[in-house]
Ligand binder design. Structure first.
Ligand code: FES
Ligand SMILES: [Fe+2]
Length: 340
């Protein structure tokens, strides 16, 4: 049910300190992410081959992991290097996964096809932004990751769910356009000389609240999305836009739970990184207190049943989300059918 041959954002790079590890479930797999003394990230199965306990409950030292239960010790390539109870054998090794550190994140490959780092989504905007101006966060959600992707691919919900900050009707009035380029899908919304959302009008400093608005989302499988919002005083989009980029990455944890990683950067925060905590608070307000309860309630209501079999009514604003679901379903199906 999950895509295997793809890059999953498994964590922010700074979550795994030198010579430390974290355990995390990604697309149903229990994975341990550890950082070696040379700074390199390694990923291995987070299950001890002996009694199947989480290895991440053990100790990470000397480029190895010692199981906390009976002391088996494993090198970061998964090979058992010490067995206090008998000989070291091949049966004691732990599976490993390809992983890469890029764009301040750890990317994990769970599939059996060769992992190609060139397929990691290009979030170079993060690298080009000073650390103190990156508004980076994480949110755990008890919702199906595909519902969380739908939510970003249809931002008309902002007019209602985020009415006081990001709403007001412009997201619904804006002209939407959806495009497919290979497996990537883009949706954008454009409005000119229109009443901006309250937060955007404030950011732009327009007394009558009016401006030009461009909002674009690029989706890449399975749940990697990057958003660009540009605002300008009427007629000034080409000459004096306020620009921002945000990635919204929905990594499935299980069939019904999701890791939501986001990183927002903007001209405004780069100009004054001191406002980063306030911006983070605003994003958390929207994601944690407005999106999350709605998507968790939606996920509970669907209750693990197939989304399409519930016969949901489709609106024109669902076009981007529907195209994404179709593309993802097709990729998962392709993977299933080519495997023995
Ligand atoms: S469970 Fe890990 S050493 Fe026994
Ligand atoms: Fe939202």
């Amino acid at each position: 049910m999950f895509l295997r041959n793809c890059w999953y954002l498994a964590g922010w790079a700074d979550e795994v300190r030198p010579e430390a590890m974290i355990g995390r479930q990604i697309a149903g797999q229990h994975v341990l992410l550890a950082r070696a003394r040379d700074g390199m990230i390694h990923a291995m199965a987070d299950t001890c081959p002996h009694r199947l306990v989480p290895l991440s409950m053990g100790q990470c030292a000397d480029d190895s992991i010692r199981c906390a239960y009976h002391g088996l010790r494993f090198a970061l390539n998964g090979v058992c290097v010490e067995n206090p109870h008998g000989p070291v054998s091949r049966a004691l090794s732990v599976g490993t996964f390809a992983c890469e550190e890029r764009h301040a994140a750890i990317w994990l490959w769970l599939g059996d096809e060769t992992a190609d780092p060139a397929l990691i989504p290009d979030y170079g905007f993060i690298d080009r932004t000073p650390v103190e101006a990156r508004v980076k966060g994480y949110l755990h959600s008890n919702a199906d990751y595909r519902l969380m992707v739908d939510n970003i691919m249809d931002l008309t919900h902002a007019d209602y769910l985020h009415a006081t900050l990001l709403g007001g009707g412009i997201n619904t009035r804006a002209r939407a356009s959806v495009q497919q380029d290979g497996d990537a899908i883009t949706i954008s919304w454009t409005a000119n000389d229109d009443k901006l959302a309250p937060l955007h009008a404030q950011a732009l400093g327009v007394a009558d609240g009016k401006g030009d608005f461009y909002n674009n989302i690029l989706w890449q499988a399975p749940g990697n999305m990057v958003q660009r919002i540009m605002l300008a005083r009427p007629g000034e989009m080409a000459t004096a836009p306020m620009d921002s980029m945000t990635c919204h990455v929905m990594t499935p944890e299980t069939a019904t739970t999701t890791h939501y990683f986001f990183c927002h950067t903007s001209d405004a925060v780069s100009a004054d990184p001191a406002i980063a905590p306030v911006v983070l608070q605003g994003l958390n307000q929207a994601f944690a207190f407005e999106d999350k309860p709605m998507l968790e309630a939606q996920s509970r209501r669907i209750g693990g049943r197939d989304f399409w079999e519930q016969g949901p009514a489709m609106l024109p604003s669902d076009k981007g989300a529907v195209m994404v679901r179709r593309a993802l379903d097709r990729m998962i199906e392709q993977e299933r059918t080519v495997k023995p």
